[in-house]
Write a protein that binds this ligand. Structure first.
Ligand code: T3D
Length: 265
């Protein structure tokens, strides 16, 4: 079935066969985030948070870039400004919503991901990239620190030494290197990218969505939980999973030596 995209100014958004696709769509600006894009992203994420039928979300970009971060055309060169409010009412508001989307979110990085663009990608559950794509913590090039929780995620993903160096130097990290470093999940040949991304999102959409939803949160929780607390947390979550239709189906399918048909609840 072909996707029916909603008519937004800066983002293509479609929902079809339990899969939602969010395609950043300002290719002439490498999909840099404008105020309108923030508003439209917020509406889309609000819709997704309230839609239990969706079993996988894809985030990607139109054209040769994924996202070049903040649209610097909306910031006046030569002027200082309070960016705290901009972050709170833009990126942070959206990332909090993105985190509360229950379905797994795949980021398919189709080209350069810079500044907030790089870190929005890293906020997704599974990040894959074209081999030709690169990730740039470009913030310090304009006198800023990594935001969109880059300073929280990068040391955990790639270690403090590399995180500090790429943040201070703005050094581009190519997709294959990003995989070697543990920053992203996989780097895909450019020619195979669309096919493999489609396979990935279709596979995820057929898996037990509720369990995947717990998985996406419990790993993050592990960073702040104590050892015993985390065992308690796993016990409580597993209790809920054990009472799900998908667990019953999974075990039945295993016993009957057939493929499971998960419904996502
Ligand atoms: O302000 C706040 O709200 C605080 C939050 C900040 C979060 C941030 O994201 S700060 C970081 C902002 N982003 C950047 O600093 C990245 C700037 N862009 C670049 O460094 C380069 O464009 C890239 C390395 C990403 C790609 O380089 P390249 O050579 O492949 O492409 P290009 O020629 O530089 O860009 C192509 C076009 O996109 C060009 O437009 P033109 O000249 O053809 O009309 C360029 O100006 C435009 N573009 C790229 N990035 C941005 C952008 N336009 C506006 N804002 C951008 N961020």
């Amino acid at each position: 079935m072909t996707d029916k995209f909603h008519d937004l100014k800066t983002i293509k958004y479609s929902k079809s066969e339990q899969i939602a696709k969010i395609i950043l769509n300002r290719p002439d600006k490498l999909n840099a985030f404008s105020a309108t894009m923030h508003d439209e992203f917020f509406s889309i994420l609000t819709d997704l948070v309230n839609d239990n039928s969706i079993r996988c979300v894809l985030l990607s970009g139109e054209g040769r870039g994924f996202c070049a971060g903040q649209d610097l055309g909306e910031r006046k060169g030569g002027e200082k400004m309070d960016l705290g409010d901009k972050l709170e009412n833009g990126y942070n508001k959206n990332l909090r919503l993105l985190k509360s989307v229950q379905a797994p979110v795949v980021c398919a990085v189709n080209g350069v991901a810079a500044g907030a663009g790089a870190n929005i990608a890293l906020n997704c559950d599974i990040v894959v990239a074209k081999k030709s794509a690169k990730f740039i913590q470009s913030f310090s090039n304009i006198g800023l620190i990594p935001d969109c929780n880059g300073t929280w995620m990068l040391p955990k993903l790639i270690g403090l030494a590399k995180a500090k160096a790429i943040a201070m130097l703005g050094t581009p990290v190519m997709a294959e290197e990003a995989v070697e470093w543990g920053m992203i999940y996989s780097a895909i040949e450019d020619e195979q990218f669309d096919t493999e991304v489609n396979d990935l999102i279709n596979t995820l959409a057929s898996r037990p969505t509720r369990a995947l939803s717990f998985i996406k949160n419990i790993f993050d929780e592990s960073y702040s939980n104590r050892y015993g607390e985390h065992l308690d947390r796993e016990r409580d979550v597993q209790r809920v999973c054990g009472l799900s239709d998908d667990f019953a189906e999974g075990v039945a399918a295993f016993t009957e030596k057939r493929q499971p048909e998960f419904k996502g609840h």
